[in-house]
Design a protein. Structure first.
Length: 75
């Protein structure tokens, strides 16, 4: 799954965790999708400016990718 039309950055990473960290370092990043693969090496990381819940019409199935929203924490 991915979001079409709201890409902030596409880059290579080693893991989903690294992709999430890149998202967290950018205030404009609201979600990300990372290429899923069992093989070692770099994976494609796509940072998005919106979440799937705010733009459901832009959600597309993208084979081999997993989608993540940025977590919201309240104290």
């Amino acid at each position: 799954m991915a979001i079409a039309g709201f890409s902030l950055l596409r880059t290579k990473v080693a893991s989903a965790v690294e992709c999430g960290l890149k998202c967290g370092q950018r205030s404009a990043c609201a979600s990300f999708a990372v290429e899923y693969s069992d093989s070692p090496g770099s994976k494609l990381c796509e940072l998005n400016t919106v979440k799937a819940t705010s733009h459901p019409e832009s959600v597309v199935r993208k084979k081999g990718f997993q989608y993540y929203d940025e977590a919201e924490v309240f104290y």
